[in-house]
Design a binder for this molecule. Structure first.
Ligand code: 5AD
Ligand code: SF4
Length: 445
């Protein structure tokens, strides 16, 4: 048994990075590392980074500048950079920050134990390959430890869509789907470890096409139908999806599968056909609205969330008005909106840019509308009975907090033995970003 060392991982960006950080911690567990939540007493610090917008990427260099100071008193401390900044900038990170010992891209995490051994014996390690082998085959989850009630499970990675603003096809590579049997094994293992809700992850998750046990290609709908039958798995979610991959069977699954939650993150980015074309989205605003209408026909209470970019190169006030009009038509329960950020190597970065002030103004106007919609939908929950999966103690003594089917955060005065259970709750108030509820009756009744 190797000496016990402490590993601190700081995760930026999307949910896939959260999942990857868990896998990296498990992989390094075999090299004698245990997790710590303080950088100060760590033997190795790993930053799992995000490259999606400029701010996210720049943060990494300032964080590395701070971490360098820690190394002055502790020369044995190792510093690593993983994730999409690692993939995109590779050796440039080592050049800009000599304190970095290791740079590892998302497709090479299974090689981390070897890389760790290499840097322990002196030297630096860099791996940003897209290896032929499947990293997940080598990242089998090691410890059979109990897990929290909600977990992520990556089923698909990468993207072939090449939206003109986006780095993902470059940092995460081409679309790859994990075989169905692997996904089902991992899901059953998670359930055996206490998980009740699984969020299937992929950069383009609804383009999933994994090899099925019958030798055929399975789409996401078929995978969800199979997961819907896994005993003990109460809830299934999936993110992130592209409107062009919302196939009939997947839409139908929203009506058929009891465990598939009534929430869908379906980014459109803009409501202007001119901008959508320039973004290379390959759909119009009307196409998107038709998809939403069909999903709502299958599952009337579904809550839609989305992503928007304002100030994409060439976006006029009229284009922006089309975005506001689309938002009005959809009625979003939740949304993420961003100012367009130039990403090196992407087609849109080469084009004439919209003024920063104009972007800021549009972002504020869009967010005002989105917040209003979100608040109205949240307020409409007051008085209703909703199912809540209790995930953790609440902020106040005696409280538990969890998520409703519609992914609203709910806090309730409840005994701790309800942790990990799905319980009906009456919503009594809407407070800023969460709902307050009370237990009704016996959860076993
Ligand atoms: N600038 C701003 N936002 C971006 N996104 C992706 N690339 C960029 C960019 N260059 C947003 C999109 C995507 C979300 C994950 O991040 O809205 O759906
Ligand atoms: Fe990026 Fe999503 Fe477009 Fe793929 S579909 S390029 S991940 S925004």
């Amino acid at each position: 048994m190797a000496d016990q060392k402490k590993l601190f991982i700081k995760t930026y960006g999307c949910q896939m990075n959260v999942y990857d950080s868990e896998r990296m911690a498990e992989a390094l567990g075999g090299s004698g590392y245990v997790a710590t939540d303080s950088a100060e007493d760590a033997d190795m610090i790993l930053l799992n980074t995000c490259h999606i917008r400029e701010k996210a990427a720049e943060k990494i260099y300032s964080e590395l500048g701070r971490l360098k100071e820690l190394k002055l008193n502790r020369p044995d401390l190792k510093i690593g950079v993983a994730g999409c900044v690692a993939q995109a900038e590779g050796a440039e990170i080592m050049r800009r920050q000599p304190a970095v010992d290791l740079v590892v891209g998302p497709q090479s995490y299974h090689r981390l134990p070897q890389m760790e051994a290499d840097i322990r014996s002196g030297g630096r390690a860099l791996d940003t390959d897209f290896p032929a082998e499947d990293k997940f085959d080598h990242l089998a989850s090691r410890p059979k430890a109990q897990r929290g009630p909600s977990a992520f499970l990556t089923v698909q990675e990468g993207c072939d869509k090449f939206c003109a603003f986006c780095v993902v096809p470059y940092t995460r590579g081409a679309e790859v789907s994990r075989p169905v049997a692997r996904v089902l094994d991992e899901a059953r293992d998670l359930v055996a470890r206490g998980v009740r809700e699984i969020t299937l992850l992929g950069q383009n998750v609804n383009a999933y096409h994994g090899l099925g046990p019958d030798g055929l290609d399975w789409g996401l709908a078929r995978l969800i139908r199979e997961l819907d039958r896994v005993p003990g798995l109460a809830r299934i979610r999936y993110t992130t999806s592209h409107p062009n991959d919302m196939e009939d069977d997947l839409i139908a699954a929203h009506g058929d599968c009891a465990a598939l939650m009534p929430y869908l993150h379906l980014p459109v980015q803009s409501g202007s056909d001119r901008v959508l074309k320039a973004m290379n989205r390959k759909h119009t605003a009307a196409d998107y609205l038709r998809v939403i209408a069909r999903i709502r026909a299958a599952r009337p209470d579904i809550l839609i969330s989305g992503d928007f970019i304002v100030g994409f190169p060439g976006e006029t006030e009229e284009d922006f008005q089309a975005t506001l009009a689309l938002v009005e038509q959809v009625g979003y329960g939740q949304c993420y909106s961003f100012k367009y950020s130039e990403r090196p190597g992407t087609p849109a970065a080469e084009r004439a840019q919209v003024d920063e002030d104009v972007k800021t103004d549009r972002l504020h106007r869009l967010q005002a509308l989105l917040t209003q919609q979100q608040t109205e939908i949240q307020n409409a929950m007051v008085g209703r009975v909703v199912n809540v999966l209790f995930e953790k103690p609440g902020r106040m003594d005696g409280q538990l907090s969890g998520k409703s089917d519609h992914l609203h955060a709910v806090h309730v005065e409840a005994p701790t033995d309800l942790l990990g259970r799905v319980v009906p709750v009456r919503i009594v108030a809407a407070v800023r970003n969460s709902l307050a509820g009370v237990l009704i009756g016996d959860p076993d009744a």
